[in-house]
Design a protein around this ligand. Sequence first.
Ligand SMILES: *Cc1c(COP(=O)(O)O)cnc(C)c1O
Length: 430
Amino acid sequence: MNYYSTKNSSRSYSFKEALFEGLPSDNGLFVPENIPVFSKNERSHLRTLPLEDVGYRVMKQYIGSEIEDHKLQEITAEVLNFPIPLKQLDQNLYSLELFHGPTLAFKDVGGRFMSRSISYFSSSTTKKTLVLVATSGDTGSAVAHGFHGVENVDVVILYPDGMVSELQELQMTTLGDNITAIKIDGTFDDCQKLVKQGFLDKDLKEKYQLTSANSINIARFLPQSIYYFHALNQLEVTDNIIVSVPSGNFGNLTAGLYAREMGLPISKFIASTNINDIFPQYLNTGNFNPKPSISTLSNAMDVGNPSNFERIRYLFNDDLKKTRSLIQGFSYNDLQTKEAIKELYQNYQYLSDPHGAIGYAGLRDYKGDNYTGIFLETAHPSKFKDTVEEVINKPIQLPLQLQSCLNKESKSIKMTNNYNLFKEFILSQW
Ligand SMILES: *Cc1c(COP(=O)(O)O)cnc(C)c1O
């Protein structure tokens, strides 16, 4: 499979090239030359397979022979070694629990797939591989854990100082070794800007094999299609299925759209956001107006310029009508988010985190008949302990994955959002 930039279809890249390049230099995003479609027979066969085999078959479509089959099988088995259960809350209401991985958020799937692909290809590169990643919370920990201890790769994580939860911060700053955490005096958008500027910087590109680990990277983005297949495999019904995706940078939702293109019978997607509602506004007005992000309780979705919009726009050929026929948008403020957590707890005895609760709210407010609704529960509720405990008025337990980082030393470097200082720091370190 070849890849090309959404801004220029004349130059093609291999999977490996797109993986390491991260972002094409023309400011587009990498997309596969086509989205592979499973035949009806293949689809029925996929329904009978366990998660790791579904993962292998989906990724094989995108990687072809660039990673040897047995190696790809090994990678997908390792990446998908935790369950992704579809929990039934009511007759037609399901939660897809994506938080059973090591950092308790859905980003573990893409983060781990990417780190293992980079490690696979790194043996054949001579420059030092430097992964630059901006995070508003969960990406950082998923990427850090995915890469921790991987040889010949260093990871630099930028996060907005004071805007991630204490636990999220600990997950990024207590690993050490090849993982460096930088807290930026600014917003997530400032962090993302520094990273994007880094990728376009000739000096950095000359010295390092630079790569991104944000959802803009195809190796993070594509594996997210896998669990949509796995979700529907756990359902008896095969039609009128609506999936609500709590969204920030829209990598998860775009991967869902790809899964649908591959042949998965999803009737509609709901783009559920917090008050950073750039995409729902786009659906309403037809104008895509990025804005500075506003911080909320669902901080992993505090994104004012959703990067995967470019892939969505490209997929639908800028056809707003078509986009609207497949995606409906809803947005919620913090008060409504808390109400949704409470509602899930009271009506279904289900404990949710602020992101998943927003996904649920979108499904609840969708007007349609006889549909089966799935919302993605993207993080474990204990990652947002303070909010959840306040709402349900009860203490909740920390899972082992989180307890273990509480006693470790936290290390991070404080920096302003000045690009030149950031660049100097990088060049002086490696
Ligand atoms: C990253 C994240 C999101 C948003 O996902 P996107 O792919 O950026 O839209 C939602 N919930 C949680 C918990 C996250 O970590």
